[in-house]
Design a protein around this ligand. Structure first.
Ligand code: KIV
Length: 263
């Protein structure tokens, strides 16, 4: 993207144009991905695909700040969403202190926090103090240990009611958009229709206001597991492994370097 999208144009895109969000964790990929994405999310999923951990819980604020800085440097014209890691927004004061740190140490355009109505007071405190917030409702990866796994939401009337309450509470608290993860598609549509801010889905079907995918999933680089909602647009793992095998073979046979690679 040549010009950074603004919060007001993100809000105006609802019902007009689906938003494209993708994760990035470093400058190299941020630059490549920024050409076609409206928003880059520096997700705490980096703790899994980049740092090799089994979930996102152990991601830290300094770690996220490091990666947000790298992404902002690689894609200075992109709208960058900084995920606030587990434990950094346990109450209003902590949330504001840590979000200010994120804003002061990086060029992030907003923070993202997981939670619905239970986090509305925190979202309001941040937005009241000049921190733009992207919400995150539905399946909450930071709750994986307390919930005993990744559970798709919206399967019962109670869950549907709660999700609609969550979305409305986050909107009323001042969030300018929200991610909705792992929600039954027909419920996701109802939730999307219930609010006036864009709802960006991941595993939430097509009737939302945009989509987000983890870049290493959609490029087929992450091999450990593939969630049902991921489409692999590239068989990245095979391409990378084949290329490195080719290189190793050529080093062994001395086919590399050739004269054109030699001083
Ligand atoms: O951390 C992340 O990458 C996310 C996406 C799954 C939305 O929160």
């Amino acid at each position: 993207m040549s010009k950074k999208i603004t919060i007001s144009s993100i809000k105006k895109s609802k019902g007009v144009k689906p938003l494209v969000m993708i994760t990035a964790y470093d400058a190299l990929f941020a630059k490549l991905l920024s050409e076609s994405a409206d928003m880059i999310l520096v997700g705490d999923s980096l703790n899994m695909s980049f740092a090799g951990k089994s979930d996102t819980i152990s991601a830290t604020l300094p770690q996220m700040i490091y990666h947000v800085n790298a992404v902002c440097a690689g894609a200075p014209n992109s709208f960058v969403v900084a995920d606030m890691p587990f434990g950094t927004y346990i109450n209003k004061e902590e949330a504001l202190k840590n979000s200010i740190e994120m804003f002061q140490q990086t060029q992030a355009d907003c923070v993202k926090i997981e939670g619905g109505a239970d986090k509305a007071d925190i979202v309001k405190h941040l937005t009241d103090n000049g921190i733009a917030v992207c919400g995150h409702i539905g399946l909450l990866p930071q709750s994986v240990r307390s919930e005993g796994g990744y559970k798709v939401k919206g399967k019962t009337p109670e869950e549907k009611h709660q999700l609609i309450e969550d979305a409305k509470a986050i909107e009323a608290a001042g969030a300018f958009c929200m991610v909705m993860e792992g929600v039954k598609a027909e419920i996701a549509k109802e939730i999307t229709d219930a609010v006036t801010i864009p709802v960006i889905g991941i595993g939430a079907g097509v009737d939302v206001d945009g989509q987000v995918l983890v870049f290493s999933d959609m490029l087929g680089l992450f091999e450990e597991f593939t969630p049902k909602f991921v489409k692999k647009y590239l068989d990245g793992a095979t391409l990378v492994k084949d290329a490195v095998k080719n290189y190793a073979d050529e080093v062994a046979s001395k086919a590399f370097p050739k004269e054109e690679h030699t001083y």
